[in-house]
Design a protein around this ligand. Structure first.
Ligand SMILES: N[C@@H](CCC(=O)N[C@@H](CS)C(=O)NCC(=O)O)C(=O)O
Length: 203
């Protein structure tokens, strides 16, 4: 098996892939690259200008959700994903796509308009609106977790890895509040996993 190479920068979405590689116990080579706050986008020193990027047997891939699905399919041996066509497969795909299509955009807006952009270019109203949208996402997750330990089925799946990064970012930005008790307990459950701890402490 060819060694998977992951381009990683701490605190970025490459945490998802590092976490996944650790959960699956796969051998990998890490290329740690310094994150440069982007003025626009695709400006990072990786083969696709973004984090994460992987190289696997000559294939170069970007988009964390696609990388996650690809690695689970190719190397997961049935772990971390319900079988294709099973009733749980729908919600699994739903959360994977929800994470980047709906949950992360407000986090991106808050980050850009409070931290990344030069101060003169930040628009407070954009950050304010994004906080409302991020809170609405958290409300959806809060309801989905009622009486459940994980988003899909009874064990960790790729859906939790995708949404876990959103939660990490939302917590850092101060969006997770006392109204989100299920989300808080869920985060503690995820954070207790050694593979996530390893991913978070890798620099
Ligand atoms: N939807 C993409 C987003 C990738 C992305 O924007 N990553 C950020 C780091 S978390 C990045 O590389 N930002 C720098 C830039 O946009 O140039 C994914 O899930 O991989």
């Amino acid at each position: 098996m060819a060694m998977i190479k992951l381009y990683h920068a701490p605190r970025t979405r490459s945490i998802r892939i590092l976490w996944l590689l650790e959960e699956l116990g796969l051998p990998y080579q890490l290329a740690t690259v310094a994150f440069r706050p982007p003025r626009h986008s695709f400006e990072q020193d990786t083969p696709a200008g973004k984090f994460p990027v992987i190289e696997d047997d000559g294939l170069v891939m970007f988009e964390s959700g696609a990388i996650l699905e690809y690695l689970i399919e190719k190397y997961g041996k049935g772990l971390l994903a319900p079988a294709a066509g099973s009733p749980e497969r729908g919600p699994y795909l739903q959360w994977i796509h929800f994470a980047e299509a709906t949950a992360m955009p407000p986090v991106n807006d808050i980050t850009r308009h409070t931290l990344l952009l030069p101060e003169a270019e930040r628009i407070p109203k954009v950050a304010e609106d994004a906080r409302v949208r991020a809170t609405n996402v958290l409300n959806v997750v809060e309801r989905a977790l009622a009486g459940k330990d994980y988003l899909v089925g009874h064990e960790l799946s790729g859906a939790d890895i995708m949404m876990g990064y959103f939660l990490m970012a939302a917590r850092m930005l101060g969006v997770v509040g006392s109204a989100h008790a299920n989300v808080g307990a869920y985060w503690e459950r995820l954070a207790a996993r050694p593979p996530l701890q390893k991913a978070l402490s890798t620099h």
